[in-house]
Design a protein around this ligand. Structure first.
Ligand SMILES: NC(=O)c1ccc[n+]([C@@H]2O[C@H](COP(=O)([O-])OP(=O)(O)OC[C@H]3O[C@@H](n4cnc5c(N)ncnc54)[C@H](OP(=O)(O)O)[C@@H]3O)[C@@H](O)[C@H]2O)c1
Length: 279
């Protein structure tokens, strides 16, 4: 083991459920890095003070989760293009006086899709939700060059705003964005349906109904960013296909990208996926 202990933490509220400490400690073991990783329950009002004290205490970097990703975006001295466009930061690095921000959620999703051999290039994606998770992932989805991304949301005006905001970046990458109602009646074809809503936290109903899943191509897949237990979205999706996934792989992969930002090392994710499934 190398001598110096590098200190990291994750901030959010609630935070007790966070698996980030286990994931980063498992990654660190692969490279014999002596690493400390804590979790601090942090509400919006305490965010700035917490950042200042952890910076003063010599923390090297922080992960940021709900509901603080936008606040983290606002305090950075330097931002990656991705986090600047997504207006979301989940990875902070303290470098001298400066705070550097990046967002790894989108790359986490793309890397997990690739791990699952789901190729989205030239394909039709249906992205459900217009909150932080959807806006945090769409940059990387667009960069993966699907043909079309259909956007929808319970509050439909937010999907329209989302399309307007991302139109320029999508056009630059020759990707078509289209909004559709949650209960659309048109016959459409999807290769991948992504649930980026938090609906399973509050309801036992899937945000999408049968007719939407019926638009899934035979080889299509369904992906819920939530993880922990089978969600109503996943239950509904299983009626149409066996290619149904939760967001645990995305969680591990976004952590791997954060780890790479801090340590310039790419950890293997396979063992960590298995370890978390057995927790
Ligand atoms: N696996 C991972 O690594 C990972 C990473 C990031 C996020 N996530 C997960 O993604 C989920 C969304 O996070 P977020 O940051 O986007 O939250 P958010 O900013 O609060 O947005 C919540 C989204 O869910 C929609 N929604 C909430 N309740 C709904 C319901 N009953 N029916 C239909 N839509 C509903 C909201 O629609 P309205 O606009 O109409 O309110 C909004 O689009 C979270 O549960 C989070 O755990 C997972």
């Amino acid at each position: 083991m190398k001598d110096e202990i590098k200190k990291f933490a994750v901030l959010g509220h609630p935070i007790s459920h966070s698996l980030s400490p286990q994931i980063h400690l498992l990654f660190a073991r692969e490279f014999s890095i002596n690493l400390g990783y804590e979790k601090f329950d942090t509400k919006q009002d305490d965010f700035l003070e917490r950042i200042k004290s952890l910076k003063d205490e010599g923390y090297y970097g922080l992960n940021i989760t709900l509901p603080l990703k936008f606040s983290a975006f606002q305090i950075c001295d330097e931002l990656s293009e991705r986090s600047s466009l997504c207006k979301s930061v989940n990875t902070l690095t303290f470098l001298g006086k400066n705070i550097i921000g990046d967002s790894t959620d989108g790359r986490g999703l793309i890397n997990d899709l690739s791990y699952k051999k789901i190729d989205i290039k030239g394909k039709n994606i249906f992205l459900v939700g217009s909150g932080g998770a959807a806006n945090g992932a769409i940059y990387d989805l667009i960069q993966s060059k699907p043909k079309k991304i259909f956007l929808t949301n319970r509050t439909f005006t937010k999907a329209i705003e989302m399309k307007k905001y991302w139109k320029f970046f999508a056009e630059k990458n020759q990707v078509i964005l289209e909004t559709i109602d949650l209960d659309f009646s048109k016959k459409l074809y999807f290769d991948l349906i992504i649930n980026a809503t938090s609906s399973s936290l509050t309801t036992q109903h899937s945000p999408l109904q049968e007719h939407a899943f019926n638009c899934l191509n035979d080889e299509g897949a369904c992906y819920d960013m939530m993880y922990g237990s089978q969600t109503p979205f996943m239950r509904e999706a299983y009626k149409k296909t066996n290619s149904v996934y939760d967001g645990l792989g995305m969680l591990v992969e976004q952590a791997a990208v954060s780890f790479n930002i801090w340590h310039q090392l790419a950890p293997a994710t396979e063992n960590v996926r298995t370890a978390l499934k057995n927790l």
